[in-house]
Design a protein. Structure first.
Length: 122
């Protein structure tokens, strides 16, 4: 990002609302429904059974946080994302493939119908 910022008007208000309300609410919902913890290698087996789209729900939240903190640093957002990314890194295989430990992935579970992959950019 080149440092340009929209800080007022319609779009400035939308960005502030996303930063102050939407992203914390999305994190909260992902946390209480088990979407965040689905990435935890030591996931509690008593949490709700993950849905095949939970991986992408968390990825969309991470993307939103990334855009936000680029212009408006937020230590709490960064801490939350770092925790999940650390878990993702632990789940990543040597060839770059990664999926949450509980997602129905053909690479992790026999007979699965969904493959979730992420390429390594680190």
């Amino acid at each position: 990002m080149d440092g340009r910022e929209i800080d007022g008007g319609f779009w400035g208000d939308r960005q502030r609302i996303n930063r102050d309300h939407t992203m914390p609410a999305v994190y909260h919902q992902c946390k209480i429904t088990g979407r965040i913890d689905a990435w935890n290698p030591q996931r509690d087996p008593n949490l709700p059974e993950p849905h095949i789209f939970w991986d992408s729900d968390v990825a969309k939240w991470i993307e939103a946080v990334g855009y936000s903190v680029a212009l408006h640093p937020n230590a709490e957002f960064e801490r939350q994302v770092d925790e999940v990314v650390d878990w993702m890194e632990q789940m990543q295989l040597p060839d770059g493939y990664a999926s949450s430990p509980s997602s129905p992935s053909s690479r992790r579970t026999a007979g699965a119908t969904c493959v979730t992959s992420m390429s390594s950019t680190a």
